[in-house]
Design a binder for this molecule. Structure first.
Ligand SMILES: Cc1ncc(COP(=O)(O)O)c(C=O)c1O
Length: 305
């Protein structure tokens, strides 16, 4: 994880930490925010995507390919452009326009598919075979997980002495695995809470082995619509995050988004508001010094609450 940080940090921002007195009052304890929506390409995804693209290039890949409705695609497209290799992204037709525009801006070739998981995976596999490009899995992938860990190292350096917990949004689980593993190893006194749209029911998987009955979740947090966590991620999350899953409603995500937009003036995306909603509405009583990772800021300009 340290090697991945050394490989990628010359290209990336060490994102700032912010706070808001008004939000501290509402929550009842001081809340720190790691502003990863200000990262290159507007999300943490670039940490893992750049690490993956650099390793693929070193291993002689002709190009890189992924399927993505947004942040992973933008992150991989930007990374490939930075290091000078071609990139193709398979994009579901219902992806947000701002994210499609971002991928185009970073010169990726886009191939559109249906919104279902099966369509994304099938079209991506066909294209990867045809182009002979290296497939970068959005979350179930060691180079993504290792790459994301730089955010946890930054948090420990910037705020490690002032926090007792970290709240982050969970989708496929690559981000959560990375932060939970690193913090669990270096600072087991800091709890890592995973915040999910409540229908995901990750605790039922971790505690009872029962996976979510659906493939995708109907949620405004478009970065975390994938219902199942990856096979690499599941044992890590089981070890470090059992008993630390927080489910929130769509209304709670919306309220979290409004507060950050209006009080902090930070234009985060709904997937980032998800993590904040976990603190705002469901913070366990013993938590006194939470840090929320604002994981992304890619939201359509005409987005209206
Ligand atoms: C903004 C944002 N937050 C959270 C996630 C969830 O990350 P993971 O799928 O690794 O759990 C994503 C995934 O793309 C994302 O774009």
């Amino acid at each position: 994880m340290g090697a991945a940080r050394a490989r990628t940090s010359p290209f990336l921002h060490n994102t700032p930490i912010m706070k808001s007195e008004r939000i501290d009052k509402i929550v009842g304890v001081p809340v720190l925010f790691k502003c990863e929506h200000l990262q290159k390409t507007g999300s943490f995804k670039v940490r893992g995507a750049l690490n993956s693209a650099i390793l693929a290039k070193e291993q002689g890949a002709k190009g890189v390919i992924a399927h993505s409705s947004g942040n992973h695609g933008q992150a991989l497209a930007w990374s490939a452009q930075k290091i000078g290799i071609p990139c193709t992204i398979v994009v579901p037709k219902n992806a947000p326009q701002s994210k499609i525009d971002g991928m185009k801006e970073y010169n990726a070739d886009l191939v559109f598919c249906d919104a279902s998981v099966i369509s994304r995976e099938t079209v991506c596999a066909e294209q990867a075979e045809k182009l002979q490009y290296y497939f970068v899995n959005p979350y179930d992938c060691a180079s993504m997980i290792n790459g994301h860990a730089s955010i946890a190292l930054e948090i420990l350096e910037q705020a490690g002495e002032n926090i007792d917990s970290i709240f982050l949004s969970v989708g496929g689980g690559g981000f959560a695995s990375s932060v939970a593993y690193l913090v669990g190893k270096l600072r087991p006194d800091i709890e890592v809470f995973l915040v999910e749209p409540s229908k995901k029911q990750l605790s039922n998987l971790l505690e009872n082995g029962v996976p979510c009955p659906m493939d995708t979740l109907d949620t405004m947090a478009d970065g975390v619509r994938v219902a199942h966590v990856g096979t690499l991620c599941e044992p890590i999350l089981k070890e470090f995050c059992t008993g630390k899953i927080i489910g929130v409603t769509e209304d709670e995500i919306k309220e979290g988004l409004k507060l950050v937009w209006t009080r902090m003036k930070q234009r985060i995306e709904p997937s980032a508001a998800l993590a904040f909603a976990g603190v705002l509405y469901h913070k366990p009583k013993h938590v006194k010094n939470p840090l929320v990772i604002l994981c992304g800021g890619n939201v359509d300009v005409d987005y209206v609450i």
